[in-house]
Design a protein around this ligand. Structure first.
Ligand SMILES: Nc1ncnc2c1ncn2[C@@H]1O[C@H](COP(=O)(O)OP(=O)(O)O)[C@@H](O)[C@H]1O
Ligand SMILES: [Mg+2]
Length: 355
């Protein structure tokens, strides 16, 4: 329990800073409230805390005005911070800030700036160093002919940045509306499958592309895969049993895993949805165990080579490690009934779909 004195000096994780006269330091006083200097004990840095006057507490329009003014002040501080940073960038920082509104603009800005950066490096006679660096080269032909571009072709898939951005934005909005489904429509051969498989999926499955989601599994439906003989439920079953998806869904007793899961999907898709949820929880736990093991190993190696500060960082990382939120992405050739049961009837909110 905090003593009355302590609780008077502290509000949630803000601690009042007192002056020489032991009184809280006031930074300003207005009609609506008083602004104090406080320390954010989590961030360990001074911040300002504005306390609204009691008489405005029940007044909704005053409360909204207060929030608007606070937001305006924060916005001004952010702008000032960046202006100061940019002004100093010649001297102190190598970075500047650029605004972009979509993925395509980001790509164009990045391409231009990165080219300038490389030219700068070459001017500084670092060219030899750059040339000696290991580059991951694409060994086979980058021309896919009539074949689709798949997840593993992401590095040679180009020219669809704007469409990728639009699909990701649409999916994000759909996730927020708890309807995590996006349909990509176009003529046969217009590049829908390539767009979602080689463009959207490799970005989507990075942690935090969809806010809060730290781990992804993904199932790409391929007609005729795994002996599915062209049946759509069997093709979906084969995709779900792939290593990138949830091979744990396989019934160990089953003689023909694809066909059995295919019939279960056809007849009891709700029960498969429950098993998908369990398998995703299991995948998240497994992933956490693996990450903790590798951090433990890293810590051990750092300690044995006398780098105890870095070892402490690895230990703290491991101790703070939380179970990631995990999602399954179903991609390409949706099966109508599964789309209805899992995405619109609320059967499996852990699944996102693009097709
Ligand atoms: N961004 C791209 N650049 C070059 N070729 C592409 C691109 N996207 C798709 N293709 C080619 O177009 C053809 C059709 O692609 P696909 O993804 O199968 O289309 P869809 O699913 O709409 O039928 C394939 O030959 C594929 O290699
Ligand atoms: Mg296709």
């Amino acid at each position: 329990m905090p003593t009355p004195e302590q609780s008077a000096q502290r509000y949630e994780h803000y601690e009042l800073v007192t002056g020489e006269d032991e009184k809280p330091i006031e930074l300003g006083r207005g009609a609506m409230g008083v602004t104090f200097k406080v320390v954010d004990v989590n961030l360990r840095c001074p911040v300002t805390l504005k306390v609204i006057s009691e008489r405005y507490l029940g007044d909704e329009s005053a409360r909204l005005r207060f929030l608007r003014e606070a937001f305006g002040r924060q916005w001004d501080s952010v702008q000032e911070f960046f202006a100061r940073w940019e002004a100093n960038s010649e001297r102190d920082f190598a970075g500047v800030f650029n605004k972009y509104y979509n993925l395509q603009e980001f790509e164009e800005l990045f391409r231009g700036h990165f080219r300038d950066f490389l030219l700068g490096q070459i001017d500084q006679e670092a060219s030899q160093k750059l040339l000696n660096r290991k580059v991951r080269r694409w060994k086979s032909s980058p021309f896919r002919g009539l074949n689709v571009f798949d997840f593993e072709h992401a590095r040679i898939f180009h020219g669809r940045t704007r469409a990728i951005g639009r699909v990701l934005e649409a999916l994000e909005a759909q996730v927020r509306a708890q309807r995590p489904f996006v349909l990509v429509v176009g003529a046969s051969g217009s590049g829908k499958s390539s767009l979602v498989r080689a463009g959207v999926l490799p970005l989507l499955t990075q942690p935090e592309t969809i806010e809060g989601v730290g781990l992804w599994r993904w199932a790409v439906t391929r007609p005729g895969a795994g002996g599915s003989g062209g049946h759509c439920f069997d093709a979906l079953a084969a995709a779900l049993l792939e290593p990138s998806a949830l091979p744990a869904l396989q019934d160990p007793e089953s003689q023909n895993a694809v066909r059995d899961l295919g019939s279960e999907l056809r007849e009891h898709s709700d029960s498969v949805a429950l098993r998908v949820r369990d398998a995703l929880d299991h995948a998240a736990r497994e992933w956490k165990i693996q990450r903790c093991h590798s951090l433990e190993e890293k810590e051990r190696q750092l300690r044995s080579s006398g780098r105890s500060d870095e070892a402490d960082v690895a230990r703290r990382q491991r101790e703070r490690f939380e179970l990631p939120k995990v999602r399954l992405a179903l991609v390409d050739r949706p099966v109508g009934r599964i789309v209805h049961n899992w995405f619109f009837a609320g059967g499996a909110p852990e699944v996102c779909l693009c097709a």
